[in-house]
Design a protein around this ligand. Structure first.
Ligand SMILES: [Fe+2]
Length: 303
């Protein structure tokens, strides 16, 4: 099975992205309060770790058959070195523990010359960086038990000439992998370039999108400069990001999952976000949402 074969699987639904390191929301109480069958509030969990072992097994036991996707951080796929073997091994262990169909990893890095920096460094948007990402994803996907799928990272100061959607499409094409499109992160990039929220989306191969992400954020205004700050469950999902979801979800023919990243939210907030997004996605996929709050793609392209 190749990574692209994942695109032919069924739609899992709307799930919650939780960080096993965060106290809130408490994943065990989310699972307890999640109803059963068609009445459940969320359809899967996306479990985030920085590679630590052990907790993934506990989540798997408590999930009682609910699908689990894995979100790793630490493979540093855009850093110009082969991914560290210990990071790849840690990802493999957690993927197996969760029985995850795929693993999400952002196009970013945290380690510089072997040292961990507490700064999130998104991909430099050049062809050279595309080639690095492609060779790292190809190498990882030869050994891992399930494919690692790239996610577009958030930006506050993009470096390089490529649009993030061009970069993501190039990595997908050359590494032969599906992609995770984080709509909040996409909006963060568009804000930096003063572009419309869905600029360039018409040129993007939406049939490669396996998963969409949304999350809470704050939009900062610093000396007249607008910046997107990714705060996940500690904030509300902006209306503009929900509008992007309503427009993009029905245009992704191979979509398998919509994830709301909720770390730091209360259990009540996480469940409320799940039910709002679930209704929106069901309606959008059935062809029924037109918010009218985003400009049509044609107007964005003409800018
Ligand atoms: Fe994300």
């Amino acid at each position: 099975m190749t990574a692209l074969d994942l695109l032919t699987g069924p739609f899992l639904g709307v799930g919650l992205g939780i960080d096993v390191h965060s106290e809130a929301p408490d994943w065990a109480s989310l699972l307890e309060r999640n109803g059963k069958g068609p009445k459940r509030t969320f359809d899967f969990l996306e479990v985030y770790t920085r590679g630590e072992a052990g907790l993934a097994k506990q989540v798997k036991l408590a999930a009682k058959g609910l699908p689990l996707i894995y979100h790793h951080e630490g493979l540093d796929p855009v850093y110009p070195r082969t991914p560290r073997p210990e990071a790849v091994e840690a990802a493999a262990t957690n993927m197996k523990a969760l029985d995850a169909p795929w693993c999400v990893e952002e196009l970013a890095y945290r380690r510089l010359d072997g040292r961990y920096l507490d700064f999130f460094m998104p991909a430099i948007l050049t062809e050279e960086s595309v080639r690095t990402a492609v060779s790292n994803f190809r190498a990882m996907n030869e050994t891992l038990p399930a494919p690692v799928i790239p996610e577009n990272p958030p930006y506050q100061l993009p470096v390089g000439d490529l649009h993030i959607l061009t970069y993501l499409a190039r990595v997908s094409e050359l590494a032969e992998v599906p992609v995770v499109l984080d709509l909040g992160h996409l909006y963060s990039f568009q804000l930096c370039r003063a572009l419309e929220p869905l600029a360039e989306i018409d040129r993007f191969p939406l049939d490669r999108v396996i998963e969409l992400h949304v999350a809470g954020s704050t939009i900062l205004n610093r000396d007249g400069i607008t910046l997107y700050e990714d705060i996940h469950g500690a904030g509300n999902i902006p209306d503009v990001v929900l509008d992007m979801l309503a427009q993009v979800a029905p245009r992704c023919p191979n979509l398998r999952a919509v994830t709301i990243e909720v770390e730091d939210a209360s259990t009540d907030t996480a469940l409320a976000q799940a039910s709002t997004v679930k209704k929106l996605v069901e309606k959008a996929r059935a062809g029924g949402v037109s918010t009218g709050r985003l400009r049509p793609a044609k107007a964005a392209r003409a800018k």
